[in-house]
Design a protein around this ligand. Sequence first.
Ligand code: ADA
Length: 750
Amino acid sequence: MRKVIPINDNWKFVKSDAPSAPADAAWESVTLPHSWNAVDGMDGSRPWRGSAWYEREIDVPREPTAGGRLYVEVGAAPLAAEVYLNGKPACTHKGGYAAFRAELTGLVNSEGKNVLSIRVDNSDFPDIYPRTADFTFYGGLTRGVKLISVPATHFALGHYGSAGMAVTPSVKDGRASVRCEAWLEGATDGMSVCFEIRDGEGRKAAEVWRPAEEHVSVEIPLENAHLWSTDDPYLYTATARLVIHNEGLDEVAARFGVRTFSVDPQKGFFLNGKLTVLRGVARHQDRMYKGSAVSPEDHVEDADLICEVGANTVRCAHYQHSPEFYDLCDERGIVVWAEIPYISVQSEDPNAHEVAKDMLRELIIQNYNHPSICFWGISNEILIGGEREGVVENHRELNELAKTLDPTRLTTMAHVSFTEGDHPIHGITDVEAYNQYMGWYGGKIEDNGPWLDSYHARYPDRALGLSEYGAEGIVSYHSETPECKDYTEEYQALYHAELCKVLEERPWVWASHVWNMFDFGCSARDEGGVKGRNNKGLVTSDRKIKKDSFYVCKAHWSKEPFVHVCGARYACRSGETTRVVVCSNAGEIVLYANGAEVGRSNERVATFEGVPLREGTNILRAEAGGLADFISVEKVETEPASYTVPADQRESAHRRGGEGVKNWFEGVVEPEKKTPEFSTEHFSVKDKMGDLLANPEAKKFVTELMGQEIPEGMMAMIKSMTLERNLAFIGELPEGALETIEAKLAKIKK
Ligand code: ADA
C-alpha cells in the first residue's frame, strides 16, 4: 500500500543563484508552506525576485516488496523549480501554481543520508505566465511537499500530477451513472482493480471489479442518485483498489458529485435543470504577511467568509488554487471558475504558449474530480497588451485542449473592458465574461446596467458574465458624500449596493464575481495611501475586518438573517444630522437614534437621511426580524483629517480617470478642438507607449497626463499599447480631450 508522508518541517532555505545547493551558505530554518515574499510582497517595498534553495534530509520509506518506487510531490513552487536528490537531478518544472512530482527511486542512497534539494525561482521567465499582472508573484515552496512511496505496480503518478483516477458522473433521462477510470503503472496479469462507490453517509452504493490494465474504465449506474447543488452539496466517494490474489497493492480515492449544468445566453446558469443565478466573488489566495504560503485553516476561514457573504460562486483567480480550497468549494456548494495565469499580455516567447498548455493540462487533470468546478478559464484580459501575433489562434488551441481533456465542463475567458464586441477573440470559449469597472476606473456606476443591456441586445447568443467588478474601499477613509476615487468605505458600499441591484435585475448574466473577496498583495500598486496592495476586497487581507460592502452583498445574497448598521468606523461625525445605511435580509428595518425611532424601510440596503445627532455619543440602532445591531457615533466639530485620502493620492487617482476623468487632465492640457494633420515626424496618440516614453519630451507629457510615473512593473504591459488604447482603458474621455492631447503631441518631434 502506498505511503504518503508530508515533509514540511526541518527545511533549510537560502536565497542563492548557485547552480547547486550551496554547502556553506547562511541557511535559515523554515517550515512549509513558505514564501520569501510573505512581507515584501505586501508591504509596498520591492518584492525580492530570484533563485533560492530549499534543502532537507529525508528518511526513505522502505517498501516491503521489490521494485517499489519513490516520488516527491511538490504542491506549488512559483515560478520555476528544479528538484535534486543527493545532488542528482530529478525533475524541472515550469509554473508556480500546480502540483508536480519527480521520481526519486533511482537516486536514493541505500546506505547513508538522502538529501532532497529544491531550487525555486520567481524571476521573470519569458515562457512562464504570469509575467505582467496586478498581483504579487510570491516565490517559495508555497504549498508543502510530500513523499509518496508505492509498490512496483501502482496507480499512475507520472501524468501531470494526476490522481491516477478520474470520475465522470452523468445524468441522462433522469438516470445517473458514473464512469470510473484508473491509470496504472506496472500492471501485470492476475491483478484486478476494484471500484467502490460510497454515498455521503458512507453506505456502499456500488462495487465493480475489472482486470487491471494500463487504463481501466467502467461505467457504473447509480440508483436514485442524490444530486450535488449549491443548496445541497452532496458528495460521494469513489475508491479504486489494486488487488493481486488476496493482497491489496495500492489505493486511491476521490470525492465526486452528480450534477448537470448548462448556460443559456438568454436565461443564465442552470444547475440540475434549475435556474441558479450565480452571484459571488473572485478570490486571490494570499493573505497578510503570509503571501501565498497559506495554511489549511486559512483556506477554511476564506471558505467560511465566502459562505457568510452568501456567494454561490467563486472565481479562483488568476491561477490554479490549492486542492484544499477546491475541496472546500465541493463541500460548501460553491460553483467554481478555475483558471490558468495566461494574463494581460501574451509573451513574445512562443514557448510561453506550450507552457500555458501544460498549465491547462495540470489544472484540468489535477482537479477533474471536483464537482464544484464547472468552468475552465483560459485567459484574463489578454488584450491589455494589444494585438499579439497568434493570440486568437492560441485561444482556439487552449479551448480545444480543455474540451479534449474535459468535454463535461464549459470553457470561459475574462475580457478586458475595452475588448470590442466584434473582435475574433469572441466565440471561442463556451461562455464569456468581461471585467468591468464602470464607477471606478471609468464611467459611472449607473452605466453598468445599460452597458450590460446593450451588449446583450447586440450579441444575444453570447453568454455574458461579469468576471470582475469592484471599487477600492479603505476602512480608514469616510465621507457623508462618497464619490468615485475617494477610496472611502462608504463609496465602495454605495457602488456594491447599486451593482447588486443591477445584477439582480439581470439573471441572464450567467455569473458575476466581485473583484475581490479579499484585499491582496500587489507589489506595483501605490494607491489611496496604501502601498503594495489592491484594496477592492470586501474583507481586509488579514481577514479581520468585513467592510460595509461585505454586508451590502450579504443582504442581497445570503439566506442567513442578519441586520448590520454600516459606518461603525465612521465614528466621529460633524453636523446636526447624519446619513445611516443599514443592511438586512430579515424584513422591515426600523432605525432608532438614541432610543427614538427615526425611520423604517423595506429595502435590503436602506439609507436613512437626516438622522439627528446630539452632542456627545449617539447610539444608532437598527432592528429587523427580531435582530438588532448598533453603532456608536460621536458628534464632533470637525471630522478627523485621517478620514480623507491624502491629497496627493486623491489627485493622482483623479487624473487617472473614472468619474474624475475631467479632473485628471485639468491643468495639464487645455481643450483644443482642431485635429492636426497626421505627421510621421511628430508624435501622435497612435504611437506606442514604449516609443513615447523613450523620448524625454514625450515622456514628460505622458507622465503629466497620467498623473504619475509609469511604474516599472506596468511597463511590460503597456509598452506595445498605443497611447490611444491606453487612454481607452482608463475610461471614456470628455469631448475634445483626445484632440487636445493629439494637438500637444503633434508639436513633439520624434
Ligand atoms: C484587472 C485584473 C485584476 C485586478 C483588477 C484591478 O482587471 O484582471 O487582476 O487586479 O484589474 O483591481 O484593477
